[in-house]
Design a protein around this ligand. Structure first.
Ligand code: DAT
Ligand code: MG
Length: 139
């Protein structure tokens, strides 16, 4: 059964390039409700922990450096079928392969600096949301 929540981060490239407002607008117009949101400056340690599942992949070091290179915006989003619909809204990991009109097609720079994160399962959406937000900060 799919739940109605997913977790996202607007990544340092998109924040630094001034795309935060346009991306939030895109998300809201896509039918998602923002139920928690904050700016964060990730340390290498925190970024490394968040992406621990990718520890053995060759790009892990680069990913950790990138995600701690500038502010990010973390948010929990709500919509029916949230995880799957949000992955569609953001597009493929590699922006060169992302469908036209998706967030990564419009705003990402490269496969590494790809503008936005979206959880890949209901289980991970819960883990990732709980990683950044306390009970006090989310509905
Ligand atoms: P996604 O973010 O689409 O779920 P992923 O979970 O496979 O993709 O990888 C996590 C992040 O790691 C991805 O958003 C960007 C980075 N990454 C993935 N593949 C990469 C590669 N081949 N080279 C550099 N960075 C990569
Ligand atoms: Mg992923």
């Amino acid at each position: 059964m799919s739940t109605n929540k997913t977790f996202t981060m607007i990544k340092p490239d998109a924040v630094a390039n001034g795309h935060t407002g346009a991306i939030l607008d895109h998300i809201i117009k896509g039918g998602f409700k923002i139920i928690a949101m904050k700016y964060l400056a990730l340390s290498k340690e925190t970024a490394g922990k968040f992406y621990e599942v990718h520890k053995e992949r060759p790009f892990y070091g680069e990913l950790v450096d990138f995600m701690s290179s500038g502010p990010i915006v973390a948010a929990i989003l709500e919509k029916d079928n949230a995880v799957e619909d949000f992955r569609k809204l953001i597009g493929a990991t590699d922006p060169a392969k992302a469908d036209k009109g998706t967030i990564r097609n419009l705003y990402a720079e490269s496969i590494g600096a790809n503008a936005i994160h979206g959880s890949d399962s209901d289980e991970n959406a819960k883990i990732e949301g709980d990683f950044y937000f306390s009970a006090l900060e989310k509905f």
